[in-house]
Design a protein around this ligand. Sequence first.
Ligand code: 2PG
Ligand code: MG
Length: 440
Amino acid sequence: MATLRALKARQVLDSRGRPTVEVDAIADGGAVGRAIVPSGASTGRHEALELRDGDPGRYAGLGVGKAVENVRAAIAPAIAGMDLDDQAAIDAALLALDGTPNKSKLGANALLGVSMAVAHAAAAARGEELFVHVNRLWKGRAAGLDPAVPREPTMPLPMVNMISGGLHAGRNLDIQDVLFIPTGAESYSHALETIVAMYRAVGGVLKELGAESVLVGDEGGYGPKLENDEQALRVVVDAMLACGLTPGVDGHIALDVASTHFFDPATGSYRLSNVARPMDSAGMVDLLAGWVDRYPIISIEDGVAEDDWGGWKALTDRLGDRVQLIGDDLFVTQTARLERGVASGAANAVLIKVNQVGTLTETLDALVLARRAGFRPVVSARSGETEDATIADLAVGTAAGQIKIGSVARSERLAKYNRMLRIEEDLGPDARFAGRGTLP
Ligand code: 2PG
Ligand code: MG
């Protein structure tokens, strides 16, 4: 049994040049696990609190010195000596130390840095890959679930950002991400090759259209100025055709509408920049259903806003039998909100983001609940990322089935895609791949 000897923490920078927390967990035998915490831009109101210093003189108030100090002064002495393999006990100790419902005392960024670094150190102390360690944790947690729930390490099917809008690309479009899913792929590496071909093809279609700019957004997707959101859907369909794919057969579209960010809670209306009049939930559901009828859309995330439970129910009643409807801002990876969604028929899938909840164990809790309810989980990165690739191992080790990282540009994204190539090699020629079967 390896125990935790010490923690080190420091401030490093993420892909937007903003400070974030890095933690090293050192095992008694000297093995080291390191993790860096990601950060969102289109964050949900109910996410666990990301502690920032608020000192305008330093990094425009975004420093994380307090969170780093909390790791050193409050967390390290309290959990030193604990069994690194007992992730649940360590995470429970972190929650007890913080003691607040939204991790506002120590900061979810302090807690998550420690929680993930501990998992890395546990794997390193055993001399095994992180996904193998995570898989052991997952099998333990999944023991009571339906036998059909996947337990063995499985390469996920990626959904990949092609065109970025919303808060990730200067509000050029209302929709935040138009993504491509390589539904015809037979393996992860085959999927990746198709994705890269699509990324080039989308760039080509945009250039032909004369879209002023094909510069990329925060997650590496193209951030063009287009006439409207629907034109972005046509661009992705045209790119599929240019790649020799049959839209709706071996290539599909996914959307992250991120609609919370154009929802006005005061009037209960959705305000899209290219739709003349504000819409209520029913109007928003009609708009999305129309797109589903006309385009090969198989997945929609945050089609309505984070607290529009009535809208979510209407959307799910209307499209839930043919489209994956993912709650991101809606569920914020938290079991209490996910339980409400399951009970009320809101959504049929859940985005899994480690920093929305703040510990690995709570992330596994959300995955267990999702699987129990028959909700598909999609492990996701944030728009602010780093070279940390923990989520790649998380997705494989929990056999989540799907992953969303951003585009195949910018190295903080490629760190995860490349990590999965290594894992696939490790798993060998018989590596399981979630593939098309993971979708409706
Ligand atoms: C999302 C994420 C990732 P952010 O909305 O799903 O795409 O964005 O990290 O900015 O919340
Ligand atoms: Mg989202």
